[in-house]
Design a protein around this ligand. Structure first.
Ligand SMILES: *Cc1c(COP(=O)(O)O)cnc(C)c1O
Length: 371
């Protein structure tokens, strides 16, 4: 060990074992590397339509106020969310992306003596926030790429303080039924907090059937997280929120930094909430794009995991990384999912019609190259 590396031995044990989160390759980086100009990125489940007009206008109007600290309570945004979901504003916690809510709940509830339960192939941030506070991650084998709720219940002990469930799940796109989730939450001991990560719920076909908010009344240990990063097209601004009991929200607010949400994010999110046209267009483009990709996979004889989100996991029946690299050389960025224990799959975010078309052509060529 050289002298500079000794610092690793001082880090919290869980941090020493962490594999850093690998984000989708930025377009600029690939441009620099390959000198390409026509690059499409279908790697991070971003909104291919971009932000809505209303959000952009709100950002422009707020620019002159940038010298001032943002409203640390996020009053207006919380009120709008409270109206939208018919909850009290004391039940809302705003985060710097919903990722921050995941971090806050881990910091508030986990210690090195505690465990967090989540599924194999679940979101990569769950192990990060768990191990960062020195707690133990308990990973339950997936069932048909999704959460095995019965097995997860069995994995819960008196040491378990958190259980993370993503619905729909990323990167697999699997969706649990509302009935099975309701039963799970009912069966959960009240010593365990359930984090229900609904980052993609706006894309669910039967979105009216999603009634998790109704469960909050009887379950002070339930925390629902949602975000403006996906359907609302504001990933770059970093804003998300938690819905919970007022008590849970009070706890999260105790560990939150006072100005965790920047002023542009606050006004943009508020405006985005009222931009139903952009949201509906986003959902329509996504549904059409999903069909387009699935049809393309059929032609190529590939299988995929049916997805309720704005991305789809395709099974290449061969190592995904060489295909990922071949796609990169053609200027198409997708997401390899080897770190999710899915070495033969790639995750493709749904793009615009043109982007999907270019991707399918590049995939066809890449499969021929690598064979
Ligand atoms: C994208 C995503 C999030 C949202 O992250 P933000 O911090 O809100 O951008 C949360 N959970 C899952 C499963 C995701 O895929």
């Amino acid at each position: 060990m050289n002298n500079s590396d000794k610092i690793y031995t001082l880090a919290v044990a869980g941090v020493q074992r962490l594999i850093p989160y690998k984000a989708g390759k930025p377009i600029e980086e690939l441009e620099r590397e390959l000198g390409l100009t026509q690059i499409i990125k279908l790697a991070s489940n971003e909104n291919p339509l971009g932000p809505g007009k209303k959000a952009l206008e709100a950002i422009a109007s707020a620019l002159p106020e940038l010298a001032l600290y943002p409203d640390g309570s996020g009053f207006l945004l919380k009120q709008a969310l409270a109206d939208k979901y018919a909850v009290d504003d004391s039940q809302i916690t705003l985060g710097n992306g919903s990722n921050e809510i995941l971090e806050l709940v881990a910091r508030a509830f986990l210690t090195p003596e505690h465990e967090a339960v989540f599924s194999q192939h679940a979101f990569a941030v769950y192990p990060i926030v768990t191990q960062a506070v020195g707690a133990t991650a308990v990973v339950v084998p997936a069932l048909n790429y999704g959460h095995d709720l019965d097995a997860m219940l069995l994995a819960i002990t008196e040491k378990t303080r958190l259980v993370f469930i993503a619905n729909p799940n990323n990167p697999t796109g699997t969706l649990l039924s509302q009935d099975s989730l309701a039963q799970f939450i009912e069966a959960l001991p009240d010593t365990c907090v359930c984090v229900l990560d609904e980052a993609y719920f706006e894309f669910v076909n039967d979105v009216e059937a999603i009634n998790s908010i109704a469960w909050l009344k009887d379950h002070p240990n339930l925390l629902i997280t949602r975000t403006f990063s996906k359907a609302y097209g504001l990933a770059g601004l970093r804003i998300g929120y938690g819905l919970s009991s007022p008590q849970m929200s009070d706890i999260l607010n105790r560990v939150r930094q006072p100005f965790n949400n920047n002023s542009l994010a606050l006004v943009a999110a508020l405006a985005a909430l009222s931009d139903d046209e952009h949201l509906q267009q986003t959902i329509t483009v996504n549904a059409q794009g999903m069909q387009q990709l699935v049809d393309g996979f059929k032609v190529l004889g590939l299988e995929w995991v049916p997805s309720a989100g704005n991305f789809v996991l395709v099974d290449l029946k061969q190592a995904g990384l060489p295909i990922y690299e071949a796609l990169l050389r053609k200027g198409v960025i997708v997401r390899p999912v080897g770190v999710y224990e899915l070495p033969n799959h790639l995750r493709i975010s749904i793009g615009t019609k043109i982007e999907n078309q270019l991707f399918l052509k590049a995939l066809t060529d890449s499969l021929a190259d690598v064979r």
